[in-house]
Design a protein around this ligand. Structure first.
Ligand SMILES: C[S@@+](CC[C@H](N)C(=O)[O-])C[C@H]1O[C@@H](n2cnc3c(N)ncnc32)[C@H](O)[C@@H]1O
Length: 207
């Protein structure tokens, strides 16, 4: 089974309870969206959008004249995102059930959100496909889970267990941001959740 297939299989079971389990991270989602410094009329990309929890925040940032682009590879998660868009009658959300490695966007993005998308951040093929469809100078914001500092020792068993059901590649939690950082200038990072999480932002390099 490929990492994508494994992840799709796991989210099949997670989809129904996802929104409830994600409530405690909503303030962090708000912080990452704020780091994008969105302006009315911009095009923002929500990477691995899940059930579309960030759509309202992104729509607020780009306004009615802007556009939210999004993709999600799990059919069950995407169905919930699609139901959300239908229910709310949002006309400026373009989204598709597709993988980060293969998705084709209808236009280049001015800003990109990676909220809890560890597998995508660790996939060179996914980042290469996405970053070629993003404008130079685009703001990029990330929230995710990482290991506690090494000297906390056994605490990281908790982090590893917490991530295990979600990530196809759970071992790579020391510097989960380093592949996206390589695409950015002005990269900044802050620790959250007592050391078990991080938020980061940068600007897509022009070369
Ligand atoms: C922890 S959820 C985060 C969802 C959403 N960003 C949020 O903040 O609630 C991770 C999502 O990434 C999706 N995903 C994982 N690997 C992917 C890939 N290669 N391409 C597209 N989606 C992927 C999963 O299906 C899942 O919905």
């Amino acid at each position: 089974m490929t990492p994508n297939e494994l992840s799709i299989q796991r989210y099949k079971r997670k989809a129904a309870g996802y929104d409830e389990s994600a409530q405690y991270t909503m303030p962090l989602r708000q912080r990452t969206v704020a780091l994008l410094q969105l302006r009315p009329g911009q095009v923002v990309l929500d990477v691995g959008a899940g059930t579309g929890l960030s759509y309202p925040l992104l729509r607020e940032g780009v306004g009615e004249t802007g556009r939210v682009l999004a993709f999600e590879q799990s059919p069950e998660m995407f169905a919930l995102a699609a139901a959300r868009v239908d229910r709310e009658g949002w006309r400026n959300v373009w989204h598709v059930c597709a993988s980060a490695e293969g998705v084709q966007l209808p236009e280049a993005a001015d800003a990109v959100l990676f909220n809890y998308t560890h597998d995508i951040l660790r996939s060179p093929a996914a980042l290469s496909n996405l970053m070629r469809q993003v404008k130079p100078g685009a703001r990029i914001a990330i929230a995710g889970i990482k290991y506690f500092p090494w000297w906390t020792g056994p605490l990281n068993i908790y982090t590893w267990l917490k991530n295990r059901p979600y990530n196809a590649k759970p071992g790579d939690l020391w510097h989960p941001w380093d592949r996206i950082e390589a695409y950015c200038d002005s990269f900044q990072r802050w620790t959250t959740q007592f050391g078990m999480g991080y938020i980061a932002s940068g600007v897509k390099r022009s070369h």
